[in-house]
Design a protein around this ligand. Structure first.
Ligand SMILES: *Cc1c(COP(=O)(O)O)cnc(C)c1O
Length: 234
């Protein structure tokens, strides 16, 4: 069995190779370890191997693990679907939220973010594949939502996130990621202070890095396969 430390090292190797191929500095891509469905002990093991940022998709599950890991200064990212009745625990217990796709949810997070904490770092989720089943705003609507979010107190807009349609073809993968990079470029041209592209997962991080990803969200390649029916983007 591959240890979590060895798997992490392998992922860092893939990131470094993809950065080299793209002429980018390896430090320009941050690794978010997606620990959803895996126990606190697995996160502790990854922490011991030097991984400090973790992504979770289910609020109750995340809160239980945060309590069990309160002795570690983990940076917690919420990458799951936002629900109206769960915005408060997300606003209170996470440093980042990747999946902002509605103005009313952003407004709730802004209102509920405690004054005692730094601003919540947020990304607007964009549905680059136009899939009816996927969350996220259409690329043409991303700028308007981003502008709204940038104007809210207690939130700091960082950029854009996407989960593209699954594809094994690197060119298809890249075309979806390129679309998100285009949204970021346009937002910057319009004066929005954004610098993040949260894109790329276990199977397509190379394509994402080639198109400018600054955060890759990797679960399976670090922790192993999840049980069926436990994927986050439902
Ligand atoms: C589960 C999940 C990931 C990680 O996917 P892997 O294929 O396991 O690397 C990344 N992003 C989001 C939004 C997820 O829900």
């Amino acid at each position: 069995m591959v240890t979590i430390a060895a798997a992490l090292q392998a992922v860092h190797g893939r990131i470094a190779a993809a950065c080299a191929a793209a002429g980018r500095a390896p430090q320009s891509v941050a690794l978010l370890a997606v620990s959803k469905t895996f126990p606190a002990t697995a996160i502790r093991e990854a922490w011991a191997a030097g991984q400090h940022a973790f992504g979770e998709s289910y609020v109750q599950e995340a809160l239980a693990k945060q309590a069990a890991l309160a002795d570690l200064a983990i940076e917690w990212h919420y990458i799951g679907p936002l629900q109206r009745n769960k915005t408060r625990p997300v606003a209170e217990h996470f440093a980042w939220v990747h999946g902002i796709d509605r103005a009313d949810l952003a407004e709730r997070l802004a209102r509920q973010r405690p004054e005692s904490l730094p601003p919540l770092q947020v990304c607007v989720q964009v549905n680059v594949g136009g899939e009816a089943s996927k969350r996220g705003v259409a690329p043409q609507a991303a700028l308007a939502l981003a502008r709204y979010v940038a104007g809210l107190p207690r939130l700091r807009l960082r950029g854009f996130m996407t989960v593209p349609p699954p594809s094994a073809d690197p060119q298809t993968q890249r075309s979806h990621f390129r679309m998100l990079a285009g949204v970021l470029r346009e937002a910057r041209e319009r004066g929005l202070p954004v610098d993040c592209l949260s894109m790329g997962m276990s199977h397509d991080l190379e394509a994402a890095i080639a198109e400018g990803a600054t955060i890759v969200r990797v679960g399976t390649a670090i922790f192993g396969a999840r049980s069926p029916g436990t994927n986050g983007d439902r």
